[in-house]
Design a protein around this ligand. Structure first.
Ligand code: CU
Length: 160
């Protein structure tokens, strides 16, 4: 979402005077500023719904490259009115999905979001999201820090 991007930018600008005061702009500090969550997203894709108007699903691998354990508590997707973190569980012999509170990712560990498991559900997709394009995914961790990354948009019939 545009707001999330703006918030990240504002944070980076606000951090500049502090770095100037400390007099040390070490590579480590720069890296932390670039990604305050420590999270890295790979193989991310938004799978468009087969039926227009249905939600899309996002699959990816989230790796915590930082030194602290983090918990993802929220997400937003550019071009979607809202997005939720879902998990798929068996209930009375049926696979059903529901919203997860938080996803813990320990330092150095990864969390998989994949078909049949955890995923992000993106609602009310904008028609501008088409197969072959990209959109921006934002993850918010407990404490409020965010990271935003571009992800691929693929069609419902494409290989997930
Ligand atoms: Cu779902």
């Amino acid at each position: 979402m545009k707001f999330a991007r703006f918030a990240t930018l504002a944070l980076a600008v606000a951090a500049l005077p502090l770095a100037g005061c400390s007099g040390g702009d070490t590579p480590t500090e720069a890296a932390e500023d670039a990604n305050p969550t420590g999270l890295e997203v790979s193989d991310a894709r938004l799978v468009l719904p087969a039926v227009s108007g249905n939600p899309g699903a996002i699959y990816m691998t989230v790796t915590n490259a930082g030194e602290r354990n983090v918990a993802i508590r929220g997400t937003s997707v550019e071009g979607a009115s809202s997005a939720q973190i879902h998990d798929t569980v068996e209930s009375a012999g049926e696979m059903v999905m529901g919203e997860m509170g938080q996803v813990m990712v320990a330092a150095g560990e990864s969390a998989s979001f994949e078909p049949g498991g955890k995923h992000i559900m993106a609602f009310d997709l904008d028609p501008s999201l088409t197969a072959g394009g990209t959109t921006a995914l934002t993850l918010t961790i407990v404490g409020g820090k965010t990271m935003t990354t571009d992800i691929a948009v693929i069609g419902a019939g494409d290989d997930r």
